[in-house]
Write a new protein. Structure first.
Length: 343
């Protein structure tokens, strides 16, 4: 991306409601509170934010709400008005509905009109794919400023109804693994004060033909009543595959730039749990204290996590510092990596 000099003017994030710790979650799920310690030890996730209020008050935050909030924060920080946005890209694996596309609901909320909008159906790598596509739009010269957003809400796939007392270990871990969030970034090719410059993006299939490690179905009411399982998350397959895929894509990213792992001020690692996260970081050869995971605080926030991580990295870096992010989507074995430098 150096040829077009894509610059990140700002990053905004949004989390629904207060953080929900694991003891609170298990109590709301009707699960023995004694199991919360096991869940915490297994996942390494202390809290997560949820778009549905589990206390029964009926509060709900839509993906449109979250993305619009994150986007508005990014635009305000960048001092960009709705009329300045030339295109919007939204990546999500859980849109509010199939039609209209959530990206258009967000555009309406932000009062942005007369521009192209794109919605990517993607897993964890979606935010980086959207940044890559934004760079391609900026390279045409027809667009000066592009809004990139990513987010998910998990209530469509996960049962947190309070009736999981007899749930299996996997069902409990699934209910506790995922959190809801959105992130947004304003990108430009115009030479103006920015927070980071994008140096390189990689986005590719990683293990064609390998069985999926994650599936999330979009089920209607009838299918739900039939008791079909909405989410499958194969932790054994993910454990066996993600570390090697993450190490490969990071090595290729750095090699292409002539960077070394020790040159990185911050690393944004894949969104993983407990010991597997530690295994992946050790394979990436970057000290753990330089990693901005966020999973401990937000859970697996899917599409939004790279932008949440990038926001955290901005607060911990200074001019000239190099940052790299790595994401692996086990649903289709897609890998993505991003290299940026603090301006």
């Amino acid at each position: 991306m150096d040829a077009t000099r894509v610059r990140i003017l700002s990053v905004g994030t949004a989390l629904p409601g207060p953080p929900v710790d694991t003891p609170t979650l298990t109590r709301c799920l009707g699960v023995d509170p004694d199991r919360s310690g096991w869940i915490d030890a297994t996942l390494g996730t202390r809290t997560r934010h949820l778009s549905v209020d589990l206390t029964g008050t009926g509060g709900h935050t839509s993906l449109t709400d979250l993305v619009a909030t994150a986007a508005q924060r990014a635009m305000t920080t960048a001092e960009v008005a709705p009329a300045d946005i030339d295109a919007i890209l939204l990546s999500t694996g859980a849109p509010d509905q199939l039609m209209p596309a959530t990206v258009n609901l967000v555009a309406d909320r932000l009062r942005i009109d007369g521009i192209p909008t794109y919605q990517l159906q993607a897993g964890a790598t979606g935010a980086i794919a959207a940044i890559e596509m934004a760079g391609q739009l900026l390279a045409t010269g027809r667009h000066r400023t592009v809004l990139v957003a990513a987010g998910d809400t998990s209530e469509k796939q996960l049962d947190r109804s309070g009736a999981l007392a007899g749930a299996s270990d996997d069902e409990l871990l699934d209910a506790a693994t995922f959190g809801d969030a959105a992130g947004a970034a304003v990108l430009t090719a115009v030479d103006r004060p920015a927070v980071m410059t994008v140096h390189s993006v990689l986005h590719r299939r990683a293990r064609p033909g390998r069985a999926s490690g994650h599936r999330a179905d979009w089920l209607g009411t009838a299918a739900r009543r039939a008791g079909r399982q909405t989410v499958t998350y194969d932790r054994d397959t993910i454990t066996a595959t993600v570390p090697e895929v993450a190490a490969e894509v990071l090595a290729d990213l750095l090699h292409g730039l002539g960077w070394r792992p020790e040159d990185l001020a911050r690393l944004l690692p894949p969104q993983l749990w407990g010991r597997l996260a530690d295994t992946v970081v050790s394979r990436l050869h970057v000290p753990a204290q330089r990693c901005d995971s966020r999973v401990a605080d937000t859970g697996n926030a899917a599409n939004s996590l790279p932008l949440l991580q990038l926001s955290a990295a901005l607060a911990r870096t200074g001019p000239g510092d190099r940052v790299a992010g790595v994401v692996v989507d086990p649903s289709g074995w897609v890998a993505a990596a991003l290299a940026v430098q603090h301006d």
